[in-house]
Design a protein. Structure first.
Length: 254
């Protein structure tokens, strides 16, 4: 039977989600068995030719040429999956969406005029249709394996839409917010990490992005009662998922 052709791409990002593919370990061998690896610059230097059955895309659309690149990838791919916080939320680089790009460039680069950059960093879904989104910074090997198996079986991947708090409860982790008054974003953050940070007595900082129907304003009102001001609350959200956390706030108010 003909193997489905898989391509793995990168836009603006740190390569961490592509490294998660390489970290599949034993499953990586199975992946190479089950798919024809057509394009994966992190692991091979073969140029892309022809169409794909599945494209995994890491990174946000942050520089002008990437607006064409993502359209071209979409046109060549039967299915497209956005992989990680940059691809699903614009990433840490989306902090510039709320700032002045020219002043950022001037304070960072000796020749700012040479830097080609869009004034915003946006998720892939703002540019083309995306079949599924894999969350996290980086994504987990479990979610990646589940998504690839689901693709091969022709079903939807079973990804979690509920919050990190559910994982804390399942693992019997004492709540840092309730018992220690720590500002934990777990109640509004999508599960998938098995409550990694709370298990190490650190509050969640939202790297899996907003869960479905997240009541972000409700949680921030609680943080304000704990003594944080509005600016400190906003700073908690303004990390690798700043774009989708701000969007979730606006959507929950409308
Ligand atoms: S520690 Fe954080 S993630 Fe865990 S239950 Fe408390 S608020 Fe939720
Ligand atoms: S607890 Fe929160 S910050 Fe830590 S890995 Fe999980 S989602 Fe990311």
């Amino acid at each position: 039977m003909k193997k489905p052709r898989l391509g793995i791409f990168k836009l603006t990002s740190c390569d961490g989600c592509q490294l998660t593919v390489l970290n599949l370990e034993d499953d990586l061998v199975r992946l190479v068995d089950l798919f024809e690896m057509a394009y994966f610059p992190e692991a091979m230097d073969k140029p892309l030719r022809g169409t794909l059955d599945l494209a995994l895309v890491e990174g946000s659309v942050s520089v002008p040429r990437q607006r064409n690149t993502i359209v071209e990838i979409r046109e060549r791919s039967r299915h497209l999956i956005a992989m990680g916080s940059c691809a699903t939320s614009g990433g840490l680089q989306a902090l510039r969406n709320w700032a002045n790009l020219a002043s950022y460039k001037a304070s960072t680069y000796p020749s700012p005029q040479a830097v080609q950059a869009l004034s915003t960093s946006t998720p892939i879904s703002e540019h083309v249709h995306v079949d599924y989104e894999l969350y996290g910074c980086p994504i987990t090997t479990q979610a990646l394996s589940e998504t690839l198996v689901a693709f091969l079986l022709g079903r939807r991947p079973m990804l979690r839409g509920y919050s990190v708090c559910m994982e804390c409860k399942r693992h019997g982790i004492p709540c840092l917010l309730v018992s220690q008054g720590q500002p934990c974003l777990g109640p509004v953050t999508r599960a998938g990490c098995e409550a990694l940070c709370p298990s190490l007595e650190r509050p969640c900082y939202g790297c899996f992005g907003p869960k479905e129907d997240a009541n972000v304003d409700g949680l921030l009102a609680w943080f304000e009662k704990m003594g944080l001001n509005a600016r400190e609350c906003q700073a908690l959200l303004d990390k690798m998922n700043t774009y989708t956390f701000r969007k979730a706030r606006l959507e929950s108010r409308s």
